[in-house]
Design a binder for this molecule. Structure first.
Ligand code: PEP
Length: 297
């Protein structure tokens, strides 16, 4: 499928000033409803974070996932590391397990870490990296994972072991308050270290989860227009800096207080290819989110 406008920007954007590139991104995003024509299979992920408190609740949460109609939408689930093995083999509809993190050095003397080799051994095909809660947001007193560690070291390591990657990116509120140019500038810095890996791996091994930090767990969702504008601009940047084919095919999820109520309007946006869902993935309404995007695409 063609992404008109992306191809024409692909060559000059590298030589333009950053400001001009972002201006071009904005221009395209204003017209993106008409420009995005790719047929991308939607994908919805459930990030259970550090929940549930008791493993006795897992059957209920697994039932929510199994209630999803996956005939027109891919589904993955990110259980807490302690619960990954308890969820293995429990999904009846093709939903995939995706751990919430990975190390970058394999098995050995890495206390508290999870290795891609262990994921491969367990039949796990996907892994989430770069969630803002691992990038040091929300005041967690853990060391921040840098853009390079996430998008180069960890991404490259996982891909080299055959694990597909959901790469989460997104800006904090002070950046959003400075406008779309700054949002793009911030997100581009999170994507830049991944470019060589994106080129080598291809779009089917990658999902990008755009998750504005100010919307995660806050009940404040990006408007459909904000989500569309940002996704379209990210896609254009990918077209220019990875390839038009990659940009056309890669799925970009929206994450941040997505729920059954706001999913239909967000799903209607042409560059929103799915959701990464936190709180609502612990509820039966998760299946409604999957149904909403499946119906829209
Ligand atoms: C998330 O943790 O990735 C997330 C989007 O959370 P929530 O849906 O609760 O905002």
């Amino acid at each position: 499928a063609e992404v008109t406008g992306v191809q024409t920007c692909a060559l000059p954007i590298c030589s333009l000033s950053l400001r001009a590139a972002f201006a071009a991104a904005m221009l395209r995003s204003r017209f993106s409803r008409a420009l995005s024509t790719a047929a991308r299979r939607p994908i919805v992920g459930g990030n259970w974070k550090c929940n549930p408190a008791s493993a006795s609740k897992l059957p209920e949460l697994i039932a929510n996932i199994n209630a999803c109609d996956t005939s027109k939408c891919d589904v993955y689930v990110c259980p807490t590391p302690l619960h990954v093995a308890l969820c293995t083999g429990k999904f009846t509809n093709g939903a995939q397990l995706a751990p919430q993190n990975a190390n970058f050095a394999g098995c050995g003397a890495y206390t508290g870490e999870m290795a891609a080799e262990q994921m491969v051994d367990m039949g796990i095909k996907w892994c989430l990296i770069g969630h803002s809660e691992r990038r040091g947001e929300f005041g967690l007193p853990t060391p921040k994972e840098s853009n390079e560690l996430i998008a180069d070291t960890k991404l490259g390591y996982l891909l080299s072991k055959g694990i597909n990657v959901i790469l989460a990116i997104g800006e904090p509120l002070p950046v959003r308050e400075q406008g779309i140019d700054k949002v793009l500038e911030f997100c581009v810095e999170q994507l830049k270290p991944a470019v060589a890996h994106f080129k080598a791996a291809g779009a089917d091994k990658i999902v990008i989860a755009y998750e504005p930090v100010w919307s995660i767990g806050t009940g404040v969702t990006a408007s459909p227009e904000q989500a569309q504008e940002t996704h379209a601009a990210l896609r254009m940047w990918l077209a220019a800096n990875v390839s038009p084919a990659f940009a056309d095919a890669v799925r970009i999820q929206y994450g941040g207080s997505a729920n059954a109520k706001n999913a239909p309007d967000l799903s209607a946006q042409p560059d929103v290819d799915g959701f990464l869902v936190g709180g609502a993935s612990l509820k039966p309404e998760f299946a409604d989110i999957v149904a909403a995007i499946a119906a829209a695409k």
